[in-house]
Design a protein around this ligand. Structure first.
Ligand code: ATP
Ligand code: MG
Length: 626
């Protein structure tokens, strides 16, 4: 069978006989009690996968591998911030996880309790996640470096028994204090004061420990060798809470189950990422985001692979750093964001080309639209397949992807390929909700029940879950809030976010289409487009472009012409500004709503996840409101 035939057969079964299909996939997991039933769906849209199954995630990610691969490296930690490298075997990970679980248990953490993890990219972060789920407790990892009030609101939402933090992290060579931020957050927080555990890395000479705060290293020392049996939980019991990136508004607290999560992680490694036991995976992301949860921590450990955990920025000491790691650690599968690749593109291909990638099978990219030009550029530069995959914090694993584990189907640049297993995708008219056929743009929806691994609810807010995601149309479909199209071959194209769709003189188009057109010009490294309110045309196109280093500025007029030629004269930007950067979230997503607010003379408001607020001034200056 060709990869396409294999995919077609597998996908078809996943949506036509979901019960049989997902029970079969459940065999990938080691259960305490193997489920007899795949799905309980009596209260739509709430889906309970493997309702009678019992398991423990940490047992599956750590203990399960001890016999066959206890001496294999589970985790390689590389820090270009503190100039260190450390390899941790599955056996050593098992030890550390047990000690931390013992510590957490001593501090009162039990089944169902929350542990908030506010730590930098260090091995202890992975250990803390594993220790938490070992106890049947629920972790809530908060991206390190969030300001105190963002942290406080998450503390109030999750009401953790314990908060884990460090004295400090580092970014680009600068020490970033963590503990003082946590102290400030606890001042703001309304909820009961949690126990605080501090991993003291010796980075902050002024570290202040409060009365009652626990020093991690001295507290685990006497626990060496302790074993804490994994607490078996029901498949539907929550494993973690994680907030969305906050690109379009207030972040939503996504809750994930245990059994569905385990199955989806292993199945995605097998079929999509093509990574198994003994392979090396490197995801250039942060554990505080969903890509980090799924593909730095859970999926690689669940399949017995080696995961590379990197503390540092992708351009220090130079933009070749990640690729030098691919060479050194013989990485088989790499995963990062289009944004990271665009940064590289600005620096030129030499930083990639000088390394040996013979170990690398493929590169996966997700998080933002991957424009055709960048897709082609990185494929060519690497000489390896580059796979665009589309998903969300909410789903935890791909909604659309090519399937490396089946041998890749044909790649179409600019397309994240086809629906992933169990995803019943529906493309509908964004006004009427009527189902659409090929080559027509519309809202990307998923017919519930959502497959295993997807969010089961918003933490503590079942009504919010239904209202937010299932009430867009009369028919209760899950809304991705993205705008898309598929072609005659069934390949999907994401056109941008729903609320970024532009209406210009009666025509509707995605911001992505215009950005994509601008990116076809070799001098353009990156583009962001917004639709500014206009009395006559409803909206006017305004574009911001960042130029490729070393090339001449082609001038606004010739860039406008590119859009006119690629998309049509109607899409031609009224204003086009060349800027040094566009505002982004810390996970690399363009904050179009902030750009739009500035263009319309409004205050961009609270942007808790912005990477660098100074870039807002770049936009203000460009449009003359600075
Ligand atoms: P929030 O929901 O809080 O506004 P967010 O949507 O950015 O933030 P995430 O869950 O991190 O939070 O991101 C998922 C979104 O990222 C998708 O809905 C989509 O808009 C975009 N995205 C992810 N992967 C791709 C991709 N391969 N192509 C195009 N867009 C993508
Ligand atoms: Mg979202």
């Amino acid at each position: 069978m060709t990869p396409k035939e294999q995919y077609d057969a597998l996908y078809e079964r996943s949506v036509e006989e979901p019960d049989a299909f997902w029970l079969e996939q459940a065999q990938l997991v080691d259960w305490q009690r193997f489920p007899k039933q795949a799905l309980q769906y009596e209260k739509p849209p709430f889906a309970y996968w493997y309702p009678d199954g019992q398991l423990n995630l940490c047992h599956n990610a750590v203990d399960r591998h001890l016999e066959a691969r206890g001496n294999q490296t589970a985790l390689i930690w590389v820090s270009t911030e503190v100039e260190r490298e450390q390899r941790i075997t599955y056996q050593a990970l098992y030890r550390q996880v047990n000690e931390m679980a013992a510590l957490l248990r001593n501090l009162g953490v039990g089944k169902g309790d929350r542990v908030l993890i506010y730590l930098p990219m260090i091995p202890e972060t992975v250990v803390a996640m594993m220790a938490t789920v070992r106890l049947g407790a629920v972790h809530s990892v908060v991206f390190g470096g969030f300001a105190a009030h963002s942290l406080a609101s998450r503390i109030d939402d999750a009401t953790p028994t314990v908060v884990m933090t460090a004295d400090a992290g580092m970014r680009g060579g600068k020490v970033i204090p963590y503990k003082p931020l946590l102290d400030a957050a606890l001042e703001h927080a309304q909820s009961a004061r949690p126990q605080v555990v501090v991993v003291n890395r010796g980075l902050d000479p002024d570290l202040k420990m409060g009365e009652g705060d626990t020093d991690y290293h001295s507290a685990v020392a006497p626990l060496a060798g302790v074993e804490i049996p994994p607490e078996m939980v029901a498949s539907s019991d929550p494993s973690y809470i994680l907030y969305t990136s906050g690109t379009t508004g207030r972040p939503k607290g996504v809750q994930r189950d245990t059994g569905g999560h385990a199955v989806s992680m292993i199945a995605s490694m097998k079929y999509i990422y093509g990574v198994g036991a003994g392979d090396v995976m490197f995801s250039g992301s942060d554990i505080g985001w969903v890509v980090g949860h799924s593909y730095i921590v859970y999926a690689p450990l669940l399949v017995g692979a080696t995961t590379v955990v990197y503390e540092g920025i992708p351009i220090r000491p130079d933009p070749g750093i990640w690729w030098s790691m691919v060479e050194k650690y013989k990485v088989n599968c790499m995963f990062t964001s289009p944004t990271a690749i665009r940064v590289l593109k600005k620096s030129g291909p030499d930083y990639i080309k000088k390394y040996d990638f013979s170990s690398l099978r493929w590169l996966f990219l997700a998080g933002e639209p991957l424009d055709r030009q960048t897709h082609a550029w990185v494929s060519e530069t690497l000489g390896k397949p580059v796979v665009d995959n589309y998903w969300q914090t909410e789903t935890g694993w791909p909604i659309l992807s090519n399937f490396a584990g089946l041998g890749l189907m044909e790649t179409k640049f600019g397309s994240p390929c086809k629906p992933s297993l169990g995803y019943n995708i529906r493309l509908v008219d964004s006004q009427s909700g009527a189902q659409l056929g090929a080559d027509v743009k519309g809202a990307l929806m998923i017919q519930p029940p959502l497959p295993p691994g997807c969010m089961t609810t918003i933490y503590n807010n079942d009504d919010g879950f239904v209202e937010t995601y299932f009430s867009r149309f009369d028919e209760p479909l899950y809304a991705t809030f993205d705008y898309a199209m598929y072609d005659q071959d069934g390949y999907y194209f994401i056109m941008g976010r729903d609320d970024d769709v532009l209406t210009v003189a009666g025509y509707r188009m995605g911001t992505r289409e215009i950005e994509e057109a601008l990116c076809t010009h070799p001098a353009v490294a990156e583009a962001a487009v917004v639709g500014v309110k206009d009395e006559i045309k409803t909206q006017e196109v305004v574009a911001f472009v960042v130029l490729t280093g070393g090339l001449d500025n082609p001038g606004a007029e010739s860039l406008r012409d590119v859009v006119s030629k690629e998309v049509g004269p109607i899409a031609k930007p009224r204003d086009l500004y060349v800027v040094s950067g566009v505002p982004k979230t810390r996970s690399g997503k363009v904050l179009r709503r902030a750009i739009l607010a500035i263009c319309e003379g409004r205050d961009p408001g609270d942007l808790p996840t912005i990477e660098d607020a100074a870039v807002l001034d770049v936009i203000r200056e460009a449009v003359g409101t600075g």
